[in-house]
Design a protein around this ligand. Structure first.
Ligand code: ZN
Length: 474
């Protein structure tokens, strides 16, 4: 079965045809480690993780590379403002280097809580200054760079397909360039190397052009070439990277190496949109992290499930109600699979494609995943399989085991509910209130409570000892 992916470059869904048969090289733009990543950032890394896991399921040998931006990303993506690392250092009264360390650790803690597999190679910009300087030298030799007092800039007017990924309207973009170009020759030009120019900077290096630091975009061009070669299969990132960061990566890489395309497929995940009045601005320091979800009593994997329930190319809605819904669904799935683990042998059926009874579901789930990572559809089919009475527990478990390799929801781990948790007490209280309502012949209230109990993932079972709560089937 072939894997199809939506390529931002062509604006079309294409069959994934790797450069080297059986292999896939993937580069993901990593976090700028000046603060905690927020849940919107983390959504993009869940999407990249699902891509990597799906390609592995399809039998490909994946090499996944992700950078850590620990220098050069200014407060505006367009070379304006201060370096975010120095902003973080001033905010917290520690060095820029310590800020980078603190938030790199934080990023991987959040990733781990979301079952995001660590990429094969994680590379820091500050560990690859030499490779970045070499690439800037190549661009200079080929006539694509010019130097001012401020910086060494890439001359975007030297190439005729600048902005092809974003399909930028260059005339419109450059039209207003009488206004304030600063040291640049054209509005779309961008810094390859910025000079320190007497400012006190914590992160700076010698270069053939003077003491300074690399621009943000050059690190991804230099490190992707270093680890994946001049041309590789897939580049991922958030849609916010398309107009500036990825646009600039493409022209640097293709001009420095003389080879195009730099990346064969471009995959971009959509934003997370906050409903209600939840704020998410790093400048105000008031934003949601996976740590905060945990503090509020949520399992981080309920958030991962929420990510999977939205296709990566659609805006994902987030509110506490929406997360509550995902948490209930997640709990039900875990309870249902735990019940199967009690009945069946998880290792009894190994190959879900070969077994006649499971092959139908195997095909349905696989087809959805291979169709541009349609996780919402794939999840629905897995849940249908779990609820299918014609399958044995072992057959269901073999499907869960195979596809949780992509979903990453820890479904095969036996689920033990924390006793005395708030949710459990709430449901018990609702059951008691319902008994009282029935005694009072308040049928409407009794029905309302039964529905509320069902929404929390339980059914009421009558027993000789009175009504009891049982976990609902997924
Ligand atoms: Zn990047």
């Amino acid at each position: 079965m072939e894997v199809k992916l939506y390529n931002t470059m062509s604006r079309a869904t294409e069959v994934f045809d790797p450069i080297e048969a059986g292999q896939a090289g993937i580069y993901t733009c990593g976090p700028t480690v000046y603060h905690h990543a927020h849940i919107g950032n983390m959504r993009a890394y869940v999407a990249a993780d699902v891509l990597v896991r799906t390609l592995r399921l399809s039998g490909l040998n994946v090499k996944h590379v992700m950078n850590i931006t620990d220098v050069g990303h200014l407060t505006s993506d367009e070379d304006e403002g201060d370096d975010k690392m120095e902003v973080g250092a001033a905010r917290e009264g520690i060095t820029a280097w310590d800020i980078a360390e603190r938030y790199t650790v934080s990023f991987f803690e959040q990733s781990e809580k979301l079952n995001i597999k660590r990429p094969n190679i994680v590379c820091r910009a500050t560990d690859h200054i030499a490779q970045q300087i070499t690439m800037i030298e190549q661009l200079e030799e080929k006539g694509f760079a010019y130097k001012t007092d401020e910086a060494v800039y890439f001359d975007t007017t030297k190439i005729d397909d600048y902005g092809k990924l974003a399909r930028l309207d260059l005339e419109g973009l450059r039209g207003g360039e009488r206004v304030d170009l600063g040291a640049k020759h054209s509005k779309t030009d961008f810094a390859l190397w910025k000079f320190s120019r007497g400012e006190k900077r914590q992160m700076e290096w010698d270069s053939p052009w003077g003491v300074g630091f690399p621009g943000w975009h050059i690190e991804c061009s230099a490190m992707s070439a270093h680890y994946l070669g001049d041309q590789f299969d897939i580049h991922t990132g958030g849609i916010d990277h398309i107009p500036v960061h990825h646009t600039n990566e493409i022209c640097q890489s293709e001009c420095a190496t003389g080879k195009a395309p730099f990346a064969k497929y471009w995959l971009h995940s959509e934003f997370l949109r906050l409903l209600d009045d939840i704020k998410m601005s790093k400048s105000s320091g008031d934003f949601l992290t996976v740590f905060e979800l945990e503090n509020r009593g949520y399992d981080p994997l309920a958030f991962r499930l929420l990510c999977l329930k939205a296709h990566y190319r659609t805006a994902m809605k987030f509110s506490w109600d929406v997360l509550d819904g995902a948490a209930t669904q997640y709990r039900r799935m875990r309870l249902a699979v735990t019940a199967l683990l009690d009945q069946g042998d998880a290792d009894a059926v190994a190959d879900t494609a070969a077994d006649e009874a499971t092959a139908r579901y195997d095909t349905l789930i696989r087809s959805a995943l291979y169709d541009d990572l349609a996780t919402p559809v794939a999840l629905t089919h897995l849940q249908a399989a779990i609820g299918d009475d014609t399958l044995s527990a072992a057959q269901k478990l073999s499907l869960v085991k195979t596809f949780d390799g992509v979903f990453g929801l820890s479904l095969m781990e036996p689920f033990v509910e924390e006793s005395g948790s708030d949710a459990g007490e709430d449901v018990q209280a609702m059951l008691e209130a319902r008994q009282q309502a029935r005694k009072d012949k308040d049928w409407a209230e009794a029905d309302r409570l039964r529905e509320a109990i069902a929404a929390a993932g339980y059914v009421i079972v009558d027993t000789p000892d009175g009504p009891k709560l049982e976990a609902a089937k997924a």
